[in-house]
Design a protein around this ligand. Structure first.
Ligand code: L34
Length: 293
């Protein structure tokens, strides 16, 4: 048996089309959604991701402004920039691309963002609302994974979802999304991490295995139950002298052998990545729409 490949690129395109229609409605009502992106320093992967996000904005009709301070920006200066964006009436969403340089405290920066403009859903206010099941901005990657499952006809209700990775960006919000008493959720959830004992034993119990630990090809076929759904959130650059760029992207999942065991699997690239971008568009529109209510 070979797994079905879940086409994140195609599903993301569908979501962007829906977003485009919503932007038109908002524009008719006099509001053009606007995203402010802050890209600090010179991190190659971050540049690609922010470029993809701005390109999506442009295609959909969302306005975007880009701030590119150097890696030497001080923490107070960055906080000042965020404060200005918070007070700028024309801006609905603020994205501070992570990671930040080491001398800047990410938590402080995230907490400085006005929760009503926090389209990444990282602010403790929004995380708290997520945990107790209230409507909120949900971080884009885990929200994208849920949407990917929903639109692929995979119902997580009653299923055992095992997540590898406990980051604030993916693992923890992912668990909190699928555990809710809500549509597209109601799962039984286990979070595994670097201190988990007998990891393969636990991952083999997963009906849906979500890998978000950031280690190339970590998930091997003996860690996957026959017929499980495998979602690969990892996106790792590994050297590849044969490619023009000098690197290639691989996920956390050893794709070829795992596809022989799983019933469905997401590719890297073209899986979760484009969904992250699409969900940012959805959140930015939500932020703009909140102004009308
Ligand atoms: N603040 N920081 C903040 N918000 C986020 O939601 C993110 N994330 C993660 C890193 N830091 C962040 C992203 O934007 C990861 N991430 C992200 C965004 C886009 C893509 C991957 C990760 C993406 O477009 N992936 C493409 C390939 C891109 C390439 O060629 O390198 C894909 O098909 O997977």
């Amino acid at each position: 048996m070979t797994a079905k490949i879940i086409d994140g690129k195609a599903i993301a395109a569908q979501i962007r089309q829906e977003a485009k229609n919503e932007v038109e409605v908002l524009k008719d009502r006099g509001v053009t959604p606007c995203l402010a992106a802050v890209l600090v320093g010179d991190v190659a992967a971050s540049k690609v991701y922010v470029k993809n996000k701005r390109k999506a904005c442009e295609n959909i009709g969302i306005a975007s402004v880009l701030h590119t301070p150097t890696a030497e920006i001080s923490e107070p200066e960055l906080l000042k920039l965020i404060d200005e964006l918070n007070h700028d009436q024309a801006i609905h969403g603020i994205l501070v691309q992570l990671p930040l340089p080491k001398h800047i405290d990410e938590t402080k920066v995230i907490e400085a963002i006005d929760p009503s403009k926090d389209v990444d859903g990282f602010h403790p206010y929004n995380v708290g609302r997520l945990v107790i099941g209230l409507d909120t901005f949900r971080s884009c990657t885990p929200a994208g994974v849920q949407e990917l499952l929903l639109r692929s006809g995979i119902d997580v209700a009653g299923q055992h979802v095992v997540i590898i990775g406990r980051s604030n960006i993916v693992g923890k919000p992912m668990a909190n999304i699928v555990v809710q008493k809500q549509k597209g959720a109601n799962a039984t959830v286990t979070i595994c991490h670097s201190r988990t004992r007998n990891l393969p034993e636990i991952t083999r119990q997963a009906d849906i295995l979500i890998s978000a630990l950031g280690q190339p090809q970590f998930v091997k076929p003996d860690m996957v139950k026959q017929g499980a759904v495998v979602i690969d959130v990892g996106i790792n650059r590994i050297d590849d002298p044969s490619s023009d760029k000098g690197y290639k992207l691989v996920g956390d999942v050893d794709f070829e052998p795992v596809s022989k065991v799983a019933s469905a699997v997401t590719p890297v690239p073209g899986g979760v990545g484009p969904m992250t971008v699409a969900m940012l568009m959805v959140n930015t529109i939500k932020a703009a729409r909140m102004l009308l209510k």
